[in-house]
Design a protein around this ligand. Structure first.
Ligand SMILES: [Fe+2]
Ligand SMILES: [Fe+2]
Length: 194
């Protein structure tokens, strides 16, 4: 992707390390950035957005925390490159507003194609509760590219695609690391036993 090549190796490493720092979203450090908050305050404070706290996205990361990470990383990098950071920040927060537990979704509904269908579900939910510009709708609908065939039309959208992939891989890696530690480092020493 074009934007990935725009980042130096050090910058890509820094972005990956930042994405792995779960304390950033847990301690709500984004509240300390007035420029970011000016773009997204109405979404962050909305009960529908807050309800994503109950759904796990990857590992132990909630959908809410995942969307904040994707939104803030997209916002920060779009500002750096002079792209539409407000659109990236807002669409990043709403890109996974599908509002169900995707781990049990297939069993409960028979829909085995969450990866392909959730962008449309998220867009429909976002439209119900927020006023979206055309660019924001395009980013939400196309954020799974290249799994879905049509890429976002804007550079802000391409940045959300990049940030989503980076955060998803990092969250999954943290889960694997935790599983590895529990399986091998603590094997034979289950929690609660001497
Ligand atoms: Fe998604
Ligand atoms: Fe996502």
């Amino acid at each position: 992707m074009k934007q990935v090549k725009l980042l130096s190796r050090e910058e890509r490493g820094a972005a990956a390390r930042w994405a792995a720092d779960t304390t950033w979203s847990e301690q709500e450090k984004y509240l300390e950035d007035p420029g970011y908050m000016e773009c997204v305050r109405d979404i962050l404070e909305h009960p529908i957005f807050q309800s994503m706290e109950q759904y796990i996205q990857h590992g132990s990361t909630s959908c809410k925390a995942h969307c904040i990470q994707v939104s803030y990383l997209s916002y920060h990098l779009c500002r750096k490159f002079g792209w539409d950071y407000r659109m990236a920040a807002r669409a990043g927060l709403l890109h996974d507003l599908f509002l169900y537990d995707w781990h049990t979704h297939a069993r409960e509904t028979g829909n085995h194609f969450h990866g392909f269908t959730h962008p449309r579900t998220a867009l429909n939910n976002a439209r119900k509760h927020f006023s979206l510009c055309r660019g924001e709708a395009d980013i939400i609908l196309c954020h799974m590219w290249p799994l879905t065939p049509i890429p976002p039309k804007s550079m802000a959208g391409m940045m959300v695609v990049y940030a989503d992939k980076l955060c998803s891989v990092t969250e999954t890696a943290l889960q694997v690391r935790g599983w590895f530690a529990m399986t091998f480092l603590y094997r034979g020493k289950p929690v609660g036993h001497a």
